[in-house]
Design a protein around this ligand. Sequence first.
Ligand code: HEM
Length: 140
Amino acid sequence: MYEAIGGEPALRELVDDFYAKVLADPLLRPVFVNFTEQHLDHVVVWLAEVFGGPARFTEQLGGHLHILQAHHDLGITEEQRARWAELMAESARVTLPADEHLQDSFNRYIRWGTEIARDVSAPGEPYPTEAGDVPRWEWP
Ligand code: HEM
């Protein structure tokens, strides 16, 4: 799927387009008060690994455990999760190949991933101390 998407350059375009939308969104902007350019790089590396590209998130950025910890205690509401997924779908439509199965598969991953982010971020959830491997999304 990484190759079908267009590799890292396509994911970079996707993520740039997406975070411009996120930072302009009244519902999401408050969640991203500590946003840095590095965040963009890390999300590109994460998505690359999930979709079958290089395992750099596992090797260099702390793997699955780090991403769970990064969302701890953010208190992401269902409304924020849904908006995040909606903006990501919009960005995928304009930056990724217009292949129906690819777009569907991408959005199914996003739904799954945002539900995990919402759940791990809930107030009172314990700080994550263990996690499995970074998931690899199967496609088609
Ligand atoms: C598929 C779903 C998601 C993916 C792949 C993802 C990806 C990431 C990654 C890779 C990081 C770590 C960045 C770093 O190491 O610097 C991160 C942090 C963060 N994510 Fe997500 N995320 C997802 C869902 C969400 C949602 C739904 C929200 C909120 C609506 C959110 C808000 C944040 C925030 C605020 C941080 C920064 C935390 C900090 O200050 O360090 N994420 N995300």
